[in-house]
Design a protein. Sequence first.
Length: 174
Amino acid sequence: MKNLLGIKAFAFDIDGVATDGGVFCNSDGDLLRTYDAKDGFAIRMAVMHGFPVAVITGGSSESIRKRMVTSGVLPEDVFLHCRDKREQFAIFCQRYNLKPQEVMFFGDDIPDLDLIIASGCGVCPADAVPEVREAADWVTEHKGGKGCLREGIETTLKAQGKWDFDPVLYKKKF
């Protein structure tokens, strides 16, 4: 695994990473997903410790944005309906003056391959497609939507001595 001490930001796909890839469609055509609360807490811990966080997904449902904002991701850092994720990744890096090697990117499928390779640490869940598992720097023990974000973020923050919970700051921020 690449050096976690140089990671300054996190970015991830939604379907198959923050969720298990299952999608429900309601009568209005909105696609609904389920998320792991422990992943959401890890995102909040990253944000509390000053890490920029981005969502770069092919999904286009506004419910994604709403869920990620409640986890602490800034609305402008939720990139929906991405067909070439490199563009949004470049915007995110530029916005925070980051080099790609300073970002940990989580992806699970073919559209994520470029960012798995370009990022400082490409991470995928245990159930990612074979091509992504082969290209990733780190294959988590957890499956998508079942704690893979928590595993990667928590491990990184612990390596940097930043996995400490401040209830006062947490209450203030969230």
